[in-house]
Design a protein around this ligand. Structure first.
Ligand code: PA5
Length: 328
């Protein structure tokens, strides 16, 4: 896993090369909305991309995680179906429903049944390399290819390519410093329940870190977003709990009002937790800053796995669940 995390900058570069080659056959016109279906490590890419195009894309981009397909998803809507393995039950179920409703689909996968179905039915597909052992380590492919797909659909300009390449350079340059900081923070998260906070516009960063703590570090954690948590979760902070560690992800793209909210909330929360960490993003664009925090969070999750004596690659329980379900 450390090799895969260290390979993230190069993965971004490789993903850009793949993205430049994407040639979609079916581009609906008009196009009312895009539904992105995917689970876990293949679902979170959609969260990031939807956030980055929030103030740019003229139609709704909605991410769905599960078996169901909302009633509004009918042509002229279209869908991106994302599964790294191509064999995830929920995602394949959505794929079939989309076909029944004749919704144009773009399959984003490294192979598996999704690739077979897409080939058999002439569905547009974007293939990413199949030699990465963990879908969550393929976030770079997922976010970059989905950005190019939205560009090809005519929904956004190519504002992202330079940001992804700059992010790759930034992360490479900062790797040593990031790893040192990550190791230090991870050392203080051992045996703690981590409460993770990001501000509006950066929520996927908090979600990613929570999922990486779950899957890489084999620990439980919770994540929340400001300002929404000011209206509910904050009320739960009444009693001292020394098992709690707080992590705030902060960026230059946080609004002034939300920063004030964090400052006030922190006064309430910090005395009741064991420790508080503020992680500040670096980079010259929203994408760079988000990916800086992702990379830092990924390294923290790896050092935490190491400190806890956990194998950061295995997800035996997910495999067990998938296998048990396939037998039923
Ligand atoms: O990171 C993981 O291994 C999981 O979260 C998977 O991404 C998830 O189970 C879905 O599988 P796939 O990405 O192959 O569709």
């Amino acid at each position: 896993m450390d090799k895969m995390i260290a390979g993230f900058p190069d993965q971004l570069r490789e993903a850009v090369e793949i993205g430049k080659q994407i040639q979609l056959k079916n581009i609906p016109n008009p196009l009312s909305s895009v539904y992105i279906a995917g689970m876990g490590g293949s679902g979170i890419g959609g969260d990031f991309v939807a956030e980055w195009v929030y103030d740019k894309c003229p139609v709704p981009i909605i991410v769905g995680k599960g078996y169901r397909l909302p009633a509004w998803v009918h042509p002229p809507a279209m869908a991106i179906v994302s599964s790294y393995s191509g064999n995830t039950e929920e995602t394949l179920s959505v794929y079939r429903q989309l076909q029944e409703r004749k919704v144009p689909i773009i399959a984003l996968t490294s192979g598996g049944q999704l690739h077979q179905y897409a080939n058999a039915s002439g569905t547009d597909s974007v293939l990413v390399p199949d030699n990465w052992s963990s879908p969550r380590a393929c976030l770079g492919f997922s976010i970059v290819e989905q950005s190019y797909i939205l560009q090809q659909l005519g929904l956004i300009d190519n504002f992202f390519e330079r940001d992804f390449l700059n992010a790759a350079d930034l992360l490479e340059k900062e790797t040593e410093a990031i790893r040192m900081l990550a190791e230090e923070i991870a050392g203080q998260l051992v045996d703690k329940f981590t409460m993770i906070y990001a501000l509006e516009g950066m929520e996927p960063v908090a979600l990613r870190f929570r999922q990486q703590l779950n899957e890489n570090s084999k620990t439980r954690a919770a994540h929340f977003c400001v300002p929404e948590m000011n209206h509910n979760e904050l009320v739960g902070w009444k009693k001292q709990d020394n098992h709690l560690a707080i992590v705030y992800f902060l960026s230059d793209y946080d609004s002034e009002r939300n920063r004030k909210r964090v400052a006030i909330s922190r006064e309430i929360m910090a005395p009741l937790a064991h420790s508080v960490f503020e992680l500040h993003a670096k980079g010259n664009s929203k994408i760079e800053q988000a990916l800086y925090l992702v990379y830092l969070g990924d390294w923290i999750s790896w050092y935490l796995a190491k400190a806890r004596g956990m194998d950061s690659i295995e997800v035996d329980v997910i495999d067990f669940l998938k296998k048990s379900l396939s037998e039923k």
